[in-house]
Ligand binder design. Structure first.
Ligand SMILES: Cc1ncc(COP(=O)(O)O)c(C=O)c1O
Length: 303
């Protein structure tokens, strides 16, 4: 039974639906695309955020830490969700943020501060070092004492929450596609699905080949029950980088389908899926389920 404090958060969630994407382009190509609308779960803890945080925070609550400590960029969806959850639980939160403190806080940082998160800014090189710390109790003391959540909530405990979304899918498919940052969400899917389909992760940043090892390390006892692959081709120059084509695609997709997406994760994945459809990567009649991982708050970042 989930901790009653977490139930209070979970009870605020809306239903994540599975919706067929109606797009004449896909129809002409004979490919069926469905979206698992995790963006619908909540305006803030949307997408994969609560899925990943739920059992990590449950573990943290058992240990009664002074606070939750984590790291992220200046538009981090992960920190945004964590600060909100911390406020809901009455548990202080602390963040180590990449880069110099800005002269003026953007709207994400303002939210973090408003929700009581203690913010510290660190250099990019220090940030890279901090990234290596994965264990909840492995944070060097100079960064504070509390329960440590590594970047993006990359922790084996996150897999259990992600796996719950698989149980909500009733439609058969040939491919299950999702965007990847740390690869934790992919690991959660790959560890739990048993259907006859391929899990295809679209890596949202450049040079992501190493993610293969990181994902394998997260998977329980080396077993991915499902075959999974990474596509490294749709990073658009780096994390959170865009191009006029990508931004035009995101706008067109939202206008055609009525599904709002952002360009950092779900936008890059969908651009990749559409491009692969053009290249006949998918066979006529095949079905794809694509995970909408939320993150719409990041649209407030300047383009
Ligand atoms: C909106 C969104 N989509 C996808 C991801 C990537 O998830 P993961 O780090 O589990 O690969 C993130 C990062 O957590 C995210 O914020």
């Amino acid at each position: 039974m989930l901790d009653s404090r977490l139930l209070v958060v979970e009870n605020q969630l809306e239903k994540s639906t599975l919706e067929k994407v109606n797009d004449p382009f896909l129809k002409a190509a004979g490919v069926h695309l469905w979206m698992k609308r995790d963006d619908r779960l909540h305006p803030i803890i949307s997408g994969n955020k609560w899925r990943k945080l739920k059992y990590i925070v449950e573990h943290a609550l058992l240990l009664q830490p002074r606070c939750l400590i984590s790291m992220g960029g200046q538009y981090s969806n992960h920190l945004h969700a964590l600060a909100f959850v911390g406020k809901q639980l009455g548990l202080p939160t602390v963040a180590w943020i990449r880069g110099d403190p800005p002269l003026e806080f953007n709207r994400t940082l303002k939210d973090l501060a408003d929700w009581g998160m203690e913010l510290h800014f660190i250099s990019r090189s220090e940030y890279r070092e901090l990234r290596k710390i994965k264990d909840y109790d492995g944070l060097p003391e100079r960064y504070g004492t509390g329960y440590w959540l590594s970047e993006g909530g990359a922790n084996p405990l996150a897999l259990k929450g992600v796996a719950e979304l698989v149980g909500e899918i009733s439609e058969p498919c040939d491919y299950f596609c999702l965007p990847c940052g740390t690869g934790t969400t992919l690991a959660g899917i790959a560890s739990s699905v048993t259907g006859d389909f391929t899990v295809l992760g679209f890596v949202a940043f450049k040079g992501g080949a190493y993610l293969k090892d990181e994902i394998s390390a997260l998977l329980p006892y080396q077993v991915a029950r499902q075959s999974w692959q990474l596509n490294l081709d749709y990073h658009f120059g780096g994390f959170a980088k865009t191009s006029p084509q990508l931004l035009a695609f995101v706008d067109d997709f939202s206008a055609t389908t009525g599904i709002m997406i952002e360009p950092t994760y779900t936008g890059k994945m969908l651009y990749g899926i559409y491009d692969l459809v053009k290249q006949n990567y998918f066979k006529k009649g095949q079905s794809i389920i694509a995970l909408h991982t939320g993150g719409l708050q990041s649209i407030r970042a300047p383009r």
